[in-house]
Design a protein around this ligand. Structure first.
Ligand code: BJ8
Length: 425
């Protein structure tokens, strides 16, 4: 695509062209510093570089073409929104979570200042007219997870067409039944939007596609148990971030190619950092594109990240949806059961998350766990304390950090990370 074609497309989407150009320039520089400067990257990382370089270009063009052909686009912020149903209705699903400061002053007119940056960011991107994904959406789906999000959707709904799914806060059978009824309500909303009925056949096919994507990501996650680590934490995080907006089938094929290359690298005993480099598991809040600050600080402090216990990571890919059911009702049961296994900190109690982190640290041979909490995120701040106690009991070194999307605390964070890594060496 030529620059002029890009600009014309963004103009049609009513983006603020000047501010958008400035954003892309900053993003390009940030990506160069954090990603392209890495040594020993896999050849398959070219796919990541290409997708990122065209994040507001070719992928948006594809989405616009799909819309011109009659498809609807659904934007989401949470892994509780089942892509299986979205695809079964013939729609395109894209993640709208944003990982950069943008339009903060405007966002703070809609939500309180002491709201986490993830929320302020998606509102800011919308109000500052900077996100071509948001502008492409025919429907935006929110969910009642944390208080910050559910109240923010009330304000956001004044600016975009919204559907809010109720996600229960406990996991008793009545909660699973409630979530199942919400799946039915979402299914009906999709059918009304697309004019396409979701059938057992379309849902079975969509479930296979989404599971294939999860299997590819599971395969990649498992390969990271090798020492030396075959892929950097930054690249693995980017793979997970891209999974929320690239075409699902192309993504699955590319990740499997990347895994083939990783297997060959492991067989040769090679890696992205020398054998014996301190290995860390990152746990906590999701890191949306381009939130790469902490992974960069960690990996430039002599450690390598070997896993992400977050929704842009393991929490989103750990469980498959059962493909065995043949009728629609049983398929909806299977979806409810799969999604209600997600161990988001918004649930109470949420002890399975502590068990998952300990098991993951062991599986990936992590030397320590760093918990990442976004400033003003209550659910994960509470759980950071519990995770600390669980890691102490499991004998796993632990560091809890809280930060936001700004760079002001980068030096201070690096000092803390370096001190932690030194204790592991
Ligand atoms: S399932 S983690 S994607 S809700 S950082 S907005 S929790 S105050 S993102 Fe999440 Fe779904 Fe849960 Fe996963 Fe609120 Fe915290 Fe902000 Fe957060």
């Amino acid at each position: 695509m030529t620059d002029a074609a890009h600009t014309a497309m963004w103009e049609r989407l009513d983006l603020d062209l000047e501010a958008h150009d400035a954003l892309l320039a900053v993003l390009g520089k940030f990506y160069g510093d954090i990603y392209l400067s890495q040594q020993g990257r896999l050849k398959g990382a070219e796919y990541l570089d290409f997708v990122l370089s065209e994040v507001h270009g070719l992928r948006i063009k594809e989405i616009q073409e799909a819309k011109a052909a009659g498809k609807k686009v659904v934007g989401t912020f949470c892994v509780f929104v089942p892509e299986e149903l979205t695809l079964a209705a013939g729609a395109v699903q894209v993640g709208l979570c944003a990982g950069a400061k943008a339009g903060t002053d405007k966002a703070e007119l809609l939500v309180p200042r002491n709201t986490c940056d993830l929320i302020k960011s998606f509102i800011g991107f919308k109000l500052a007219r900077l996100c071509p994904y948001t502008e492409s959406c025919d429907l935006v789906v929110g969910e009642t997870t944390c208080d910050g999000k559910k109240k923010a959707y009330e304000a956001f709904g004044e600016h975009v067409p919204m559907h809010v799914m109720e996600v229960p806060q406990c996991k008793a059978p009545c909660d699973v039944a409630l979530f199942r009824s919400e799946l039915v309500r979402y299914k009906e909303a999709l059918e009304a939007l697309t004019g396409q009925a979701i059938t057992a056949d379309t849902l079975a096919a969509a479930t296979k596609r989404v599971n294939a994507k999860r299997r590819a990501l599971q395969r990649l996650a498992r390969l990271r148990a090798a020492d030396p680590a075959p892929i950097s934490g930054r690249d693995a995080l980017l793979v997970n971030q891209i999974s929320f907006y690239d075409d699902p089938d192309r993504f699955t094929a590319k990740v499997n190619e990347l895994c083939d290359e990783m297997e060959a690298r492991i067989a040769r005993g090679e890696g992205v950092a020398p054998k014996g480099t301190p290995r860390l598991l990152l746990a906590g809040c999701p890191m949306a594109v381009p939130n790469w600050k902490l992974p960069y600080l960690i990996e430039s402090s002599g450690a390598v990240i070997v896993g992400e216990e977050s929704c842009i990571g393991e929490r989103n890919t750990r469980d498959l949806t059962d493909e065995a059911p043949a009728d629609l009702e049983a398929m909806l049961d299977a979806l409810a059961s799969r999604y209600m296994k997600i161990d988001c900190a918004c649930f109470t109690p949420n002890t399975e998350r502590l068990e998952h982190i300990a098991a993951l640290a062991k599986e990936l041979k992590a030397d320590g766990v760093i918990h990442y909490g976004l400033l003003f995120c209550q659910p994960y701040a509470h759980e950071a304390i519990k995770v600390g106690k669980a890691m102490e009991a499991a004998g796993v070194p632990y560091l809890a950090l809280e930060t936001d999307y700004g760079m002001e605390d980068a030096g201070q964070l690096k000092t803390r990370v370096e001190a932690f890594v030194e204790t592991l060496a």
